[in-house]
Design a protein around this ligand. Structure first.
Ligand code: GLY
Length: 377
């Protein structure tokens, strides 16, 4: 091994083992709950129906797969029991069931064969499929309870829910779930992806006729901007759609959106909250977009035959992770989270430059992929 490779292994091993220490400590502190953002060093707690409720359970399973620590599995199973409540209750559930049930129920089922976990995964997939708008060929985002104007809205984030449909099709040997995933991904290719390979957060359609009305800024700066987490969801989401279908159009989209993302990163490799932000707001960063993109780039690199090109995306993932490790990781006892400076929504000043649970999730997910873990989403 060359000295450079050894040095690289050193920081990756350190990041990984420090992350595991944090997760064990957090498990003792918060147990089966639903952390979202970390304020003054302590993770808050949301309802089980909140879209981020799968990430803490997901972190526990990622760590359990490596360490086989029973205490981690026990908490993850308690979390899953709590996640069953909104699934049965139905009204508070939404398009983000992939984020919620893939890293919890589906992972549990894959590891243990637990029939109840499989059932929960399939109910969640059926819910997601049931949100498909036939006229517009998209999966509807949110519910009228969140926003009564959202009946015709699709969002870029939803690409990350599609692996639940791909999984359900394989599990049930029934192509319908996959057909819906492909139809939605094709609509995103056509209606979201711009000529400069950026995407908006929201596209609004006429829910009756399916005609596109307009782009909306959502959590980004505006309809024409490039919200960095939205670009991250697109890079990773299209890579997964390509992995599941073999369709090269998704590889092309993932690569080109990644090229935009990588070529607009600041020196420390963590993007501004929106790539088109004003200079005065460039202090607002989003470490979650960096972590999610790193994990997505590892996925993308596996789909590319050309070795030089594949290694460009793989090495870019490592460079982002190193940037996070060097400047945005906090492994001290006084802080529940691992990564600092994620941003939920700058336009409404909601949780700006704070640690966020999905930043930690994608950071560890990327690290364990580099250690060879397979079968993640
Ligand atoms: N899916 C919502 C977000 O990325 O903030």
């Amino acid at each position: 091994m060359t000295q450079t490779m050894e040095q690289q292994m050193d920081w990756m091993n350190d990041a990984y083992s420090q992350a595991l220490i944090k997760i064990n400590r957090l498990n003792e502190k918060i147990g089966a709950s639903f952390p979202h953002v970390c304020l003054d060093g302590n993770y808050n707690c949301e309802d089980a129906s909140f879209w981020t409720s799968g990430f803490w359970g997901g972190l526990l399973w990622l760590a359990y797969r490596e360490t086989k620590e029973e205490a981690l599995r026990e908490t993850a199973e308690l979390i899953e029991q709590k996640l069953n409540v909104p699934l049965q209750q139905f009204y508070d559930i939404h398009h983000d069931v992939g984020f919620m049930y893939l890293p919890t129920s589906v992972i549990n089922y894959q590891l243990s064969g637990n029939e109840e976990s499989r059932r929960m995964g399939l109910i969640a997939a059926s819910h997601l499929a049931g949100r498909f708008n036939l006229s517009g060929q998209f999966i509807r985002a949110w519910t009228d309870r969140v926003d009564p104007n959202s009946t015709g809205w699709a969002i870029i984030d939803c690409l990350m829910n599609l692996p639940l449909l791909f999984w359900a099709s394989k599990e049930e040997n029934d192509p319908r779930f996959k057909q819906i995933a492909v139809a939605h991904a094709n609509t995103v290719l056509k209606q979201f992806v711009r000529d400069d390979w950026t995407v908006p957060h929201i596209v609004s359609f006429n829910p009756e006729t399916g005609e596109k009305i307009e782009n909306l800024g959502g959590q980004g700066l505006g309809p024409d901007s490039a919200w960095s987490r939205g670009q991250a969801w697109a890079i990773y989401g299209f890579a997964i759609a390509a992995r599941e279908t073999g369709d090269q159009a998704y590889v092309t989209a993932s690569k080109n959106i990644a090229n935009y993302f990588l070529s607009h990163l600041p020196e420390d490799k963590v993007p501004y909250w929106d790539f088109r932000t004003a200079d005065k707001d460039k202090h607002v960063r989003d470490s979650t977009a960096a972590a999610c993109t790193a994990s997505g780039l590892i996925e993308l690199s596996k789909l590319i035959e050309d070795e030089t090109e594949a290694s460009f995306y793989y090495e870019s993932a490592i460079a982002i992770l190193k940037g996070l490790y060097d400047n945005y990781a906090d492994f001290s006892d006084g802080q529940d989270a691992i990564l600092t400076k994620g941003t939920v929504s700058y336009p409404v000043n909601r949780h700006v430059n704070v640690p966020i649970i999905y930043g930690d999730y994608y950071f560890l997910e990327a690290l364990v992929k580099l250690r060879g873990q397979q079968g993640l989403f």
